[in-house]
Ligand binder design. Structure first.
Ligand code: GUN
Length: 293
């Protein structure tokens, strides 16, 4: 079997078209333009490229978009004051602080300082708590994107064995929780594997749906995947550079081998990545709508 390729680029494009119409509606009916600020501390190259992509998309969708670059040595106090300024700014509906932050800044304190109504990353404990109990909230962008991909590709999750590899707060824990819930792309029987899992392959081979967010290149090999499984690869690993200096990326899944066994698979790049940015935009439109009432 050669897998169907689930294109994040195509699905993201669809959602962005839907968002453009929503943005136009918000402007016309409420005079509200979705406002997004992305705060970048320092110059970590991966963070710079993520933030640039987020701003570019916000701009394309007609948002009021602000890129706020701060020096690596900004104090925690100054960063908290900046967040407070944007919390109070009526033109800003979404605040994103790009992670990771420098060591001298307490990341938890910073994330807690963001107004939960502007927390378009879905990282504030108020939103995390609401997500766990299935209340309306901002869902974290990568898991949110995975749900949309599963739903829009017609993957049946109800009753399926879903196995998640990775237990991060950003991907593993939330996607496991969401797929467990009574909701679209939910109702799965969920297993979570991590670095202390005794026999990873035993679990992954049982998966109808395998979500991999391990953060290690090509850790999932073909022998670890069931024939006909749906494989979602969240990994973005920089494994080198082209002679032109462009990063060479690969996922956490051995794509070439696994695609011969799976029923469907997401590529890297062009899979989950474009969805993450798009869901940030969707959350910002949601925030602006809530603001507009
Ligand atoms: N760093 C890596 N992924 C993310 C993300 O989704 N949001 C933020 N704020 N920082 C990140």
């Amino acid at each position: 079997m050669t897998a169907k390729i689930i294109s994040g680029v195509e699905i993201a494009k669809q959602i962005r078209e839907e968002l453009k119409a929503e943005v136009a509606g918000l402007k016309e009916q409420h005079g509200v333009t979705p406002g997004l600020v992305t705060i970048l501390v320092g110059e970590n190259p991966a963070s710079v490229s993520y933030v640039t992509a987020k701003q570019k998309t916000a701009h394309e969708l007609g948002f009021h978009s602000v890129q706020d670059n701060q020096p690596e040595d900004i104090t925690e106090e100054a960063l908290l004051a900046l967040i407070d300024k944007y919390n109070k700014d009526p033109a800003i509906h979404g605040i994103l602080v790009q992670l990771p932050l420098p060591k001298h800044i307490n990341e938890t304190k910073v994330l807690y300082a963001i107004d939960p109504d502007k927390d378009v990353d879905g990282f504030h404990p108020v939103n995390v708590g609401k997500m766990v109990i299935g209340e309306q909230c901002f869902l974290p962008c990568t898991p949110h994107g995975i749900l949309e991909m599963l739903e829009r590709s017609g993957v049946e999750t109800s009753g399926a064995e879903a196995v998640v590899v990775g237990r991060s707060n950003i991907v593993g824990k939330p996607i496991a929780n969401l797929m467990l819930q009574k909701r679209a792309a939910g109702n799965a029987t969920v297993t979570v594997c991590h670095t202390r899992t005794r026999d990873m392959a035993f679990h992954t081979r049982r998966a109808d749906i395998l979500v991999v967010a391990a953060g290690r290149p090509k850790v999932i090999t073909a022998d670890m995947v069931k024939e006909g499984a749906v494989v979602i690869d969240v990994g973005v690993n920089r494994i080198g550079k082209t002679p032109e200096g462009k990063a060479i990326l690969c996922g956490d899944v051995d794509f070439e081998a696994v695609k011969e066994k799976a029923a469907a698979i997401t590529p890297v790049p062009g899979g989950v990545g474009p969805m993450t940015i798009t869901m940030l935009m969707k959350n910002t439109v949601q925030a602006a709508k809530q603001f507009a009432g």
